[in-house]
Design a protein around this ligand. Structure first.
Ligand SMILES: Cc1cc2nc3c(=O)[nH]c(=O)nc-3n(C[C@H](O)[C@H](O)[C@H](O)COP(=O)(O)O)c2cc1C
Ligand code: SF4
Length: 554
């Protein structure tokens, strides 16, 4: 016969155990010794916590598992560390695998970064890509790899390194991290993008070349109402440390998303750099107020170029709707105004904090965005005057060579340089509790980052990466990485087929989009939708397609 006695749920065992011990120690305290007060106190507190767990209404786990449920939260909070230290293989680890992180750490520490025994990559995996080598490798080119940025209207062209520090603001990163990055950039002769947060005292103290990024908050040149202030811009833009001006249209990790730095985080130093009041919410709207059409964007570029004394001015974006970028290209053709450079950021790019869907599912990945921008400029004959930069998980010589094969003139890295200053990819940048002092404003935590040591690592990482790129280039039989072309870069198409990027992707002939009639998949229809005076498409996709159809039959 089955018993109908109520069963004591085992999930309450821990709490019951604490209660029993509380009673035992209480009795011992009264009967044996006053020293039993201390164990009594411990178990009484634990029992109290267990009782509170059962009564609270926020955490179902704790209501059902009083006391023991706390272990779940504790282990969850150190899950990244447990994974990294105990369970992660060399190829595991996201966004950057352990193998790739170790490569950066070794290069930053200037220790030999060789891989023993052979590759761990599955070279038959569908996502595998590689560069082909030559039977006749070249001797290593000893020259420093540089690229001159500045079109015909630029009075102060800038000779940039082929590898630079991508935009990350002071505010997002600590003062010590900014200083170490900037000192490293100075020592290694490459540039440091300020990010939206403008030029801080740490950038100035480091003295390295700067690219001043203007986001929609116009920090550093912001009027009280949050709009662009011409006089403030002119004053800072002419500073010799600032080499180029970059308008931020979007970033791959959170395209189309503005940002708020909450008042309590707006410290005196941040307020000073951004030109905003201390302690007040600091807002970057989702879109710019200085322009609202493609032609106005180009007119803004001319204004910035003039006010900065003729420095190179360009913009950074992650490719979204194709007709919108094409509208900018049409505006270039209409007005004759060209940016000096365009930086293409991939959807795989990093951020301090972004909504999950924005980080995971919005924006075009780098390879497709980059080839699209390159093609649009080649197809309109504008490519020779406009340089293209690229960013999005580019930390090895292969990554850089691949981006250059697909159309980039130079490359930037954000997280690569974060690793160089000590980031361990704990992914808690948004909590102000960065364990390595890289992404925090907590003065005590950032002391962990010793500036002279990390500045040296930044310089080492850059130098060793560029050296590796030279060796990689020479092995491909080339003199300079700019000679990497789509036919050098291979992708796997299933298990049996491989394809060079020259065949796998569309490549436009020079001026192809200027022909009165063309039928280029992924380009012609969008081209018909774009107009220079608006980012909004002038016609629907269906209307553009039927126009194409009409053209093709006449
Ligand atoms: C902590 C952090 C802060 C960033 N802040 C900015 C910013 O202020 N402006 C910007 O354009 N991009 C910003 N980015 C994006 C990077 O500049 C870069 O475009 C992106 O991370 C891709 O490079 P990566 O894959 O080498 O990190 C930030 C990225 C990180 C990781
Ligand atoms: S160590 Fe962690 S919190 Fe600090 S910057 Fe790196 S990922 Fe962000």
């Amino acid at each position: 016969m089955r018993s109908h006695l109520p069963v004591f749920p085992t999930r309450y065992n821990v709490l019951a155990f604490c209660l029993v011990l509380t009673v035992i120690f209480f009795v011992e305290m009264l009967l044996v010794s006053a020293y039993f007060f201390w164990p009594f106190l411990v178990f009484a507190v634990l029992s109290g916590i267990g009782y509170r767990d059962m009564r609270q209404t926020k955490h179902a786990v704790l209501r059902n598992y009083p006391l023991s449920g706390h272990f779940r939260f504790m282990f969850e909070s150190i899950r990244p560390e447990l994974r990294q230290y105990f369970f992660e293989s060399n190829q595991d680890g996201r966004p950057f695998s352990r193998e790739r992180r170790s490569m950066v750490y070794d290069r930053a520490k200037n220790i030999e970064d060789v891989l023993p025994f052979g590759t761990e990559q599955d070279v038959y995996d569908g996502s595998y890509s590689w560069v082909n080598h030559s039977i006749c490798p070249k001797p290593h080119n000893p020259e420093d790899l540089r690229v001159t940025i500045g079109g015909p209207d630029c009075k102060q062209p800038y000779s940039a390194s082929i590898y630079n520090i991508s935009a990350m603001s002071f505010g997002s990163l600590s003062g010590n991290a900014i200083l170490a990055l900037n000192k490293g950039a100075k020592a290694g002769n490459f540039y440091h993008d300020t990010g939206e947060g403008s030029v801080s005292r740490y950038h100035r103290q480091g003295g390295g070349d700067l690219v001043w990024e203007l986001g929609s908050g116009y920090f550093g040149c912001r009027a009280d109402d949050g709009t662009f202030d011409e006089a403030k811009f002119a004053k800072q833009a002419v500073e010799p440390q600032i080499k180029m001006i970059e308008i931020k249209m979007s970033q791959g990790a959170k395209p189309g998303h503005g940002g708020v730095l909450p008042g309590p985080k707006v410290t005196e130093e941040i307020a000073e750099a951004r030109g905003v009041p201390v302690g007040v919410d600091c807002i970057s709207p989702a879109s710019h107020s200085a322009f609202s059409t493609p032609v106005e964007l180009l007119e803004f570029i001319v204004r910035l170029r003039d006010l900065s004394g003729g420095k190179p001015v360009g913009f950074k974006l992650c490719i979204g709707h194709r007709w919108e970028f094409m509208a900018i290209v049409k505006a270039m053709l209409k007005t004759g105004i060209k940016p000096d450079f365009i930086v293409v950021d991939g959807a795989e790019g990093g951020t301090g904090a972004a909504p999950v869907e924005f980080a995971n599912r919005l924006g075009t990945p780098l390879r497709q965005g980059l080839t699209f921008v390159h093609n649009c400029l080649v197809g309109t004959g504008l490519r020779k005057d406009i340089k293209i930069g690229a960013s999005g998980k580019l930390i090895s010589a292969f990554d850089i060579a691949g981006a250059m094969a697909l159309g980039a003139d130079w490359v930037n890295s954000a997280r690569g340089f974060m690793f160089a200053v000590g980031c361990i990819q704990s992914q808690s940048c948004h909590t102000n509790r960065c364990p390595t002092g890289v992404a925090t404003q907590d003065p005590l935590r950032q002391k962990a980052l010793v500036v002279p040591d990390k500045a040296q690592r930044v310089e080492n990482f850059h130098r060793n990466t560029v050296k590796s790129l030279m060796e990689f280039t020479a092995a491909a039989g080339l003199d300079h990485p700019r000679e990497f072309k789509p036919e050098h870069f291979y992708l796997r198409e299933g298990l049996r087929e491989i394809m060079p990027a020259s065949a796998a992707l569309t490549w436009l002939k020079k001026g192809a989009l200027l022909d009165p009639v063309h039928d280029i998949p992924g380009y012609s229809t969008y081209w018909d939708m774009a107009v220079p005076d608006s980012f909004v498409a002038a016609k629907t996709l269906e209307a553009a397609k039927s126009l194409q159809h009409h053209h093709n039959h006449h």
